[in-house]
Design a protein around this ligand. Sequence first.
Ligand code: HAM
Length: 534
Amino acid sequence: MSEKRQFRAIKGTRDILPPDSALWNWFEQTARETLESYNFREVRLPIFEETELFARSIGADTDVVGKEMYTVEGRPPQEVEEFRRCITGHGSRIKADRFVLKHLVHDVEQVVPELRLAVKAGDVPDTQENQKLLDGIVAHGARLQAHLRGEAILSDEQVLQLSQTIVWAAEDLRLGEAMTLRPEATASVCRAFIEHGMQTLPGNQKLYYVGPMFRRERPQKGRYRQFYQIGAEVLGQSDAPAIDAEVLEMLLVLFKRVGLANTTLYINSIGCKDCRPKYVELLREELRKIRDNPATTGKLGPDSQRRIETNPLRVLDSKLPEEQPVIEKLPRISNHLCAACRQHFSELKDELNLREICYEENWRLVRGLDYYTRTTFEVTATGLGSQNAVCGGGRYDGLVELLGGPGGVKGIGFAIGTDRAILSIQESGNLSRLPGLSVLIARMGTKAYPVAVNIARKLRACGLAVELPPQEMKFGKALSLANKLGARYAVIIGDDEVTSGTFTLKRLADADQRTLNESELLEYLESERRGSGA
Ligand code: HAM
């Protein structure tokens, strides 16, 4: 007998149900309108990409790449697996015996060209590692062949060793593409920019995206394994601070429109490839001193100790209370920026002032992804507990080149954590502008039914959300249902209304009631809709 069990959403993922889904749609729609008013255009990207794309752009020593990616190895076509098995199958019968050896060499000669064809056809990843393994198999096979023909003399031990190496190399071939569910989308935007030669298009490319991202983090309030972002990126030849400022202005205009309360914008500059390495070295030196001094060594936890060597900037990101006094005394990047970065940061602040944007400087804002240069920023909001960053972003000049694209392309962008932004709006209770059900239609008597169907269709055509219950209803019950469903109006159609060709309209908030003919009703509700934004 099959076990009766209920399925639940996987840890860290969740369903977004009505009425929350209406809030999500409205938030995303407002974001689209705001971003498009700044001439950003939508780009729709794949949910999964080659793993290497993220490893190379985000950085191998980041938490995202090191611990949080959902990676799977794609399966190659069955015949490719079988080709490989032709070689690995020899593993259990390796012997310094001419007959056995002849078979192995024959299979190598047959199979390797097939595997190379599969690489060419894109069925097997065209990586350096795979090419090296295939070259090795061919070279070892050739030596064994020469031995069989008597052109070279190998000892039994050498024969066994070469045969074994061939089998191991075949086992090591990576036949499936390593694919990762995207943990963020900046890398994908850059990949798409390069792939489609977008640097040849006129002006800066201003792109935005909306959709889910995936990180294997410990779930908690505001932190999920499938979460959603609305992101915007500007790619082009210019790194003018006015671009950074306009991106920040757009972000804050959006947050104001959606009623996100008490936000704080933090900004920083983390320098460029000329000045940052020197600062990082200085930081490393200082951190080593702290680690190696018996009086202070215990002040840094294991993560920070490890990061001294791998990525000392990330130590500044630490939230551990016991590390704070030490970190506060570390050298600050603002004192070590090169002249060009210092000027860029200073001009950015002028641009923000011009736009009357309030900000706080935070010298420890280094961000958790490695691709940033110069400007970095974050926006926090209230009601979120420790996961209070609703948006993060910054400049990433050089990332396009790092991913094999043209040189000289600059980039800046941000991603809003939609889950957190929505949570903060909900916590603040600032939901009055949210559209919901506009009208419930209540009818009594058989003649009322066609009138109700007809007016429902006309009201919906005006853009109103209308509920038409399938059954007749006593008016008291209908009004109570309208209230429960959160409708703003009830339209009542009974015998009297049908006879006089009118409708009774009741506003539920204050019980205001009026009798209107069809055109008056449509006009009244439409102007109400425009007024409320519903
Ligand atoms: P990020 O700071 O990693 O930056 O993520 C941006 C925002 O996504 C965060 O501020 C947060 O609101 C939200 N977020 C991140 N992880 C989670 C999670 N596990 N659960 C819920 N929300 C989360 C980036 O992703 C960069 N790509 C931003 C960017 C665009 N930089 C330049 N362009």
